[in-house]
Design a protein around this ligand. Structure first.
Ligand code: SF4
Length: 288
């Protein structure tokens, strides 16, 4: 894995890296200097899930018009992409010494590359003892969500469930490969019980698609029986025909969820000036 190119946001808080595999594929890795130093890790080359807001789900050029997924990354490749980023930051004197968050929410659905993702976390836990990890999943494999909770992993591991809609019909429009919501929520509940830690459900607010007060109310009723935190996230621009919701919609969702005693947090996309949304910089590189 070779570090090919990087792009830094104006506020110097976000850096997006393009890295090249030995067989000449390009993947992305993100670095965000926030309360923690966050590494956003890719685990597949492309992705087959087809989420409508995600550039990784699109083919990268007209020659490969129907191909959005190429292959899984090996455990070694996953580890190398992180080691490359840390070597770069160290050489530049940019490491902050904060706690590290290894976030598996870059290119790919981690649970479709389960063995390599788990092996990489186990190995990274030895290299970065001052770290924790999160895996974001569409819930495509509820059985593996359960298996993950039983893995002997030597760092704090959390699972984030990408929900993005309060019912299966709307969710299928946004995430065409999604499994029924209930399967994902129940698997996340088991994970939370075994780990004895609160887990998050991620909900990207998309203008006029899933951001109405009816959507918020349906979401509140869906989540109410579960001990989850709802993470309300902004859409990271440039997604074909979709627009981010206004901040007032975040306020609306929070008001309705809080009235049902559901805890929330907000995540507003970082690095929009460096195409930091998943797959955007890679696509730009291929197009050039
Ligand atoms: S959001 Fe994640 S799972 Fe969905 S297409 Fe993009 S990379 Fe794949």
């Amino acid at each position: 894995m070779e570090l090919l190119k990087f792009l830094e946001s104006k506020d110097q808080k976000s850096i997006k890296f393009l890295q090249q595999t030995k067989d000449n594929h390009i993947i992305e890795t993100g670095y965000y200097d926030l309360d923690e130093e966050i590494i956003c890790i890719s685990c597949q080359i492309g992705c087959s899930m087809g989420c409508i807001f995600c550039v990784t789900a699109e083919s990268i050029d007209s020659l490969q018009a129907d191909q959005a997924f190429f292959r899984n990354l090996t455990a070694q490749e996953i580890e190398d992409q992180i080691k490359n980023v840390f070597s770069f930051l160290k050489k530049e004197g940019r490491l902050k010494g904060k706690k590290i968050l290894l976030s598996y929410m870059g290119m790919g659905e981690p649970l479709l590359n389960y063995e390599n993702v788990v092996e990489s976390i186990k190995n990274l836990a030895k290299i970065f003892p001052n770290s924790r990890a999160t895996i974001s999943t569409l819930g495509t494999r509820p059985d593996l969500m359960k298996k993950l909770s039983e893995e002997d992993i030597n760092l704090a591991l959390k699972l984030h469930f990408s929900l993005h809609a309060p019912n299966d019909k709307l969710r299928k429009k946004i995430l065409p490969s999604a499994q029924p919501i209930k399967l994902g929520l129940e698997a996340l509940k088991s994970f939370a019980e075994i780990k004895k830690a609160p887990m998050k459900v991620n909900y990207i607010l998309i203008k006029d698609l899933n951001d109405s007060s009816e959507n918020a109310l349906e979401l509140a009723k869906l989540i109410k029986p579960y001990p989850f935190i709802v993470k309300l996230s902004s859409l990271n621009g440039n997604c074909s025909g979709l627009e981010p919701s206004k901040i007032s919609k975040f306020d609306l969702f929070e008001k309705i969820l809080h009235s049902h005693e559901i805890e929330t947090c907000r995540f507003i996309s970082k690095g929009t000036d460096i195409k930091a949304g998943c797959g955007q910089l890679r696509r730009h590189f291929y197009q050039k």
